[in-house]
Unconditional design. Sequence first.
Length: 145
Amino acid sequence: MEKTTRLNADPEIMQRFYRHLGELFYAIAKADGFVHSKEEKALHDAVREHWLPLEDSVDEFQTDAAFQIEAVFDYLDADGRDAESCFDDFQLFVKDFPNLFPAPVAQGVLSTAKGIASAFHGTNKSELDMLFRLERLLKDAQSQS
């Protein structure tokens, strides 16, 4: 698939962008206190379908920087991090870089988050709350950029 979006950011910012997406998607999966393998699969599928084609930045190993999403997600899961603190970190990043979340990117973020939330027995109350806050955050970012 062709790279379709140009986010006006240098490669270091794009790596941070993907790392923070990993934090967000982990927070959504962990919102109910547990990350299920179906949520992990939904994340991995979304990375390949949506995030790898987004743009062409690479990391220090010359691999697509979008793989940072999976690496961070897996690290946070292994470390047992708190969902709220991960969501808060993502929120701060969005407030610092609202220009990285134009409508198509924001839609991809929401779509991925909703896919992860619904991957295991549908979306529960904790996930719904976090999704609502995410949607509001992304709308605020679009109004600032």
